[in-house]
Design a protein around this ligand. Structure first.
Ligand code: NAP
Length: 600
């Protein structure tokens, strides 16, 4: 058992004191303010005078002081009263700085261990299992006593399940300081937005909430110190600012393109008319293209008869649904895999040719939407981008479908497709608006407990129509999704805002090119996961969330303002420090000459 003196009895000091005492060590504490009551509650001896503390001959002195105060605290300690081989341990998150400071101020007979527990007070909640504990044995005496103090101290964390990593302080700074600073910055910006949990949080949004929550508990002092004592912090802050600006420019460029296209729409229509004329007059195409078009046609005929054979194979089994996916991009293919696995028949149609991909998945692919409809699928599942859905629905050959076909969409916004379907689809078709609140990345290990939101917008009362809708929903229920029936309006109120924010943060971070490091905090891992979750989504999807969310512009502005206000807080501090230095210098130089000063 060790006798450990904790100096700096703030959040971290108190939390460690409690844990050490629980593990049976003798714990003493000292701090600038009077924490004797708290110490008493924890069953720990508290010393307001560092002289008295040192006279107790602690074997380990653990510095839980802020970065800024550590130097003055060390200078105030009566080091001569300490026994040889007393082990000094620090837990300051900027390691090169603390190592240099300890080596400069401590006599050579005192040992030095620089550590960085990669968990905070609240976050760890004393559960250190699996968390990184990084350290460098900077100066440990060669006799048995010093070595045993150091080993015993480290063993405490190892026994509690920490992942012990021994690396130099400079390596630690390279891996840790940067990632910690960026994590705190994002957490603080989010904190300023006062995010609220919704009943249908995506994994990504949960991530943001956790991050904001975790960083809110740390003081601004800690964050400021990470900024001041990390050589790269300013550059990182600038890069984050730049990434945000670049993303905004990308959005506005896209916006400009879309509006521009609308402006020049008429000109395009004239051009298109001309192209159509060329296609309908083969004499314009030349002999070689004629033969290749013949080849293409026979290839297509072969494909169609091949598909028909596949469909008739499936026809016998009435329990299966025949689902046509319209829009066979990223998300359409992702859904198809599970639907196929459950034994349903999946047909697909898209703007691009996905024949090979479809074949690999066991999906029957149509490059002609009329052909697809002639197969009379029971469900038409729209997986098109938000932006293109209106165009695709408008030109959809509904007349080729059977009565009572069920139209479903999975768009990430809901009021828009609901209104579109209600306007465009004849009354004999049913409408189910859904939003699986997960994607190919967040749902790659299964859909268990992930929210699936749906609104039965218009489902006929016949038993067969009700059953068709329920059988479709069962696909998701069977996978263990958390089925949430909610109106489209309510969905948009809860989700549209949070999703846009999640994607924006994910995209800004992606632009920073964050890299995984061998040692990381949970917060940083969270950021990396967020990037991973959003980076695979198309810019169209992000742009759709921007365009079809009335509050998106406002959210973007609030995010910008939160970031600016953080910058101003830094500026205020730096200005304050410089101002203080100036006035101190000025009073020093004034002192000998100023007549009033001389009088005193
Ligand atoms: P997306 O970029 O939103 O949509 C891609 C799909 O839209 C492709 O099938 C694409 O067809 C089609 N498309 C795009 N522009 C088109 C146009 N002008 N004309 C016809 N079709 C067009 O990416 P996604 O991730 O696959 O998302 C599909 C839908 O699912 C979106 O509405 C999205 O909001 C929703 N959703 C996505 C996720 C997710 O995590 N990804 C989660 C829930 C819901 P081609 O590939 O043939 O060009």
């Amino acid at each position: 058992m060790l006798k450990i003196a904790i100096i700096g009895f703030g959040n971290l000091g108190q939390s460690l004191a409690k844990t050490f005492a629980d593990l049976g060590h003798m714990v003493l504490a000292h701090s600038r303010c009077d924490h004797s009551k708290m110490a008493q509650d924890l069953g720990i001896s508290y010393f307001s005078d560092p002289q008295d503390l040192c006279e107790q001959n602690p074997q380990v002195i653990l510095l839980c002081t802020s970065i800024i105060s550590t130097e003055s605290v060390l200078r105030s300690l009566p080091l001569l009263r300490l026994k040889h081989d007393t082990l000094f341990v620090d837990m300051i998150p900027v390691k090169e700085f603390s190592k240099a400071l300890l080596l400069k101020l401590l006599p050579s007979y005192l040992d030095v261990l620089c550590t960085n527990p990669m968990f905070g007070v609240e976050r760890g909640k004393h559960e250190w299992n699996g968390m990184f504990f990084v350290y460098e044995k900077v100066r440990i005496g060669s006799d048995g006593v010093g070595i045993s103090f150091c080993d015993n101290f480290l063993n405490m964390f190892e026994k509690e399940g920490c992942r012990m990593v021994e690396v130099s302080c400079s390596e630690q700074d390279k891996y840790v300081a940067g990632s910690q600073f960026i994590t705190h910055t994002v957490g603080r910006v989010l904190g300023m937005l006062t995010l609220e949990s919704t009943p249908i949080n995506t994994k990504g949004y949960e991530t943001l909430l956790d991050l904001a929550d975790n960083t809110a508990r740390d003081s601004f002092d800690l964050y400021y110190e990470l900024f001041m004592y990390n050589k790269n912090a300013f550059e990182m802050f600038e890069r984050l600012d730049l990434a945000f600006d670049t993303l905004k420019k990308q959005l506005f460029g896209y916006l400009h393109d879309v509006v521009g296209k609308q402006v020049f729409d008429n000109a395009e229509k004239v051009q298109m008319g001309h192209e159509e004329y060329k296609v309908s007059n083969p004499s314009h195409n030349g002999a070689s293209s004629e033969s290749s078009s013949k080849d293409m046609r026979s290839h297509k005929i072969a494909q169609v008869s091949n598909r028909k054979a596949q469909i008739s194979d499936h026809f016998d089994d009435n329990s299966r649904l025949k689902i046509a996916i319209v829009g066979f991009g990223n998300f359409g293919q992702f859904l198809a895999k599970t639907i196929i696995r459950q034994g349903h028949i999946v047909l697909a149609y898209s703007r691009s040719d996905y024949y090979d991909v479809a074949q690999k998945l066991g999906v029957i692919y149509f490059s002609d939407v009329e052909e697809l409809c002639k197969e009379h699928p029971e469900v038409i599942l729209f997986c098109t981008s938000i932006l293109s859905t209106e165009k695709v629905v408008r030109s959809f050959p509904v007349q080729r479908l059977m009565r009572n076909t069920l139209f479903v969409d999975v768009l990430s916004v809901k009021e828009f497709p609901k209104n579109l379907f209600l306007q465009k689809l004849p009354l004999n078709f049913d409408i189910l608006c859904t939003h699986p609140m997960f994607g190919p990345e967040s749902g790659k290990n299964g859909w268990e407990a992930l929210p699936f939101v749906y609104d039965k917008v218009r489902v006929g009362s016949d038993e067969s129509r009700v059953s068709l809708c329920d059988r479709f929903l069962d696909i998701f229920a069977l996978e263990g999704c958390r089925m949430v029936e909610m109106s489209c309006a309510e969905h948009d109120r809860h989700a549209a805002g949070s999703q846009f924010l999640t994607h924006t943060i994910g995209r800004v971070l992606e632009k920073l090119g964050l890299e995984s490091t061998p040692i990381f905090t949970n917060g940083y891992k969270t950021l990396l996961n967020l990037v991973e979750n959003t980076v695979g989504d198309s810019f169209d999807l992000y742009y759709g969330l921007f365009m079809y969310n009335v509050n998106a512009m406002d959210q973007l502005n609030r995010l910008g303002m939160a970031f600016d206000s953080l910058e101003e807080q830094f500026l205020g501090r730096l200005h304050g420090i410089l101002h203080k230095q100036h006035s101190e210098n000025a009073s020093k130089t004034l002192l000998p000459n100023h007549p009033r000063m001389q009088l005193h």
